[in-house]
Design a binder for this molecule. Structure first.
Ligand code: PLP
Length: 299
């Protein structure tokens, strides 16, 4: 059961000076996606971030092999414990694993919203690229009905938009229809529908000013793990830095494109991106001392 962790301690003044972000996401032990990728992304933007885990996954670059949803009571304790000491100015919500976990997150975000202004972006993750189910919910839109009214923006990809609306989402005209359908139901939502898998990649932003298209580019790399996680987190970071939705979209797209372009291979499957410049090929080519690799033959 949740209890107060810091009775009577005034927390908000220092929080305003150095804004903290929070990711509410799953743990990917291979560090390509989920909370770890989000922390790296916030760090790359100069923002200190905390993390509350919604699930532990068993995965590598080769795919997701098991998902263990977090205990909802433990997640509630974590969220309210952090809230008292490190209240976030921006929140990224990723994989939610179960409807019980989702309910706790909705309770927490509702609580925060009632206290103060906060930027909240939800990546409505349903499945991993490898196909594994990351939210156990028979009806995805119904599952999100407590959370969608509480967040500023959602960042579905094509298959998530199709699952949420029950409509096909394969070509740009479908994307406009799906975004409009979501906005009809939740008019306060900014919908950022990512079309990285279109034949000509482009993202659609449907916000209060109307529909805007942001052309993308195809970047040839196998290091594509966690692109959705990093994109939605970079959006929160850009909003915390005061950018409009269109400017935040451009900034988040640039961030992910650079992280993809700069990535060096790790693992034998979909490898991690270079979310920090120090992890990328430019730093390594430029003489940043690579990690020491022990060699078995040196005896
Ligand atoms: N694992 C976790 C914990 C995630 O949060 C996500 C995406 O949100 C994934 C895996 C899936 O990443 P990908 O679609 O790049 O495989």
């Amino acid at each position: 059961m949740y209890r107060r962790y810091a009775e009577g301690v005034a927390i908000y003044p220092q929080a305003a000076q150095h804004p903290t972000a929070l990711t509410i996401a799953g743990f990917d032990p291979s560090s390509g996606a989920g909370a770890t990728a989000d922390l790296l992304t916030f760090a790359a933007h100069g923002i200190f971030a905390t993390a509350a885990l919604t699930a532990t996954t068993v995965q590598s670059t080769r795919g997701v092999f098991a998902v263990h949803a977090e205990d909802p009571g433990r997640l509630r304790e974590t969220l309210f414990c952090l809230e008292e000491d490190l209240p976030p100015a921006g929140i990224k919500i990723g994989m939610l694993a179960s409807t019980d976990v989702l309910s706790v997150v909705a309770e927490y975000v509702g609580h925060v919203r009632a206290q103060r202004a906060v930027h909240v972006v939800l990546d409505p993750v349903l499945r991993a690229s490898s196909g594994a189910t990351l939210l156990q919910a028979a009806l995805p839109l119904a599952a999100f009905q407590t959370l969608f009214p509480l967040v500023d923006a959602i960042t579905p990809n094509l298959s998530e938009a199709a699952a949420l609306t029950g409509q096909p989402c394969d070509v740009p005209a479908d994307m406009e229809r799906c975004a409009a359908a979501l906005k009809r139901q939740y008019p306060q939502l900014t919908v950022l529908l990512t079309g990285g898998h279109l034949s000509v990649p482009a993202d659609l932003l449907d916000d209060d000013t109307g529909v805007n298209w942001f052309p993308g580019e195809h970047i040839a790399t196998t290091c594509t793990h966690g692109t959705g996680c990093a994109f939605s987190t970079a959006l929160v970071a850009a909003r915390m830095q005061g950018r409009s939705w269109p400017a935040a979209t451009v900034a988040a797209k640039r961030f992910v494109a650079a992280a993809l372009r700069d990535a060096v291979p790790h693992g034998s499957g979909a490898g991690p991106m270079a979310l920090l410049p120090q992890l990328g090929r430019r730093a390594q080519a430029g003489g940043a001392s690579p990690a020491h690799v022990p060699t078995a033959s040196r005896r």
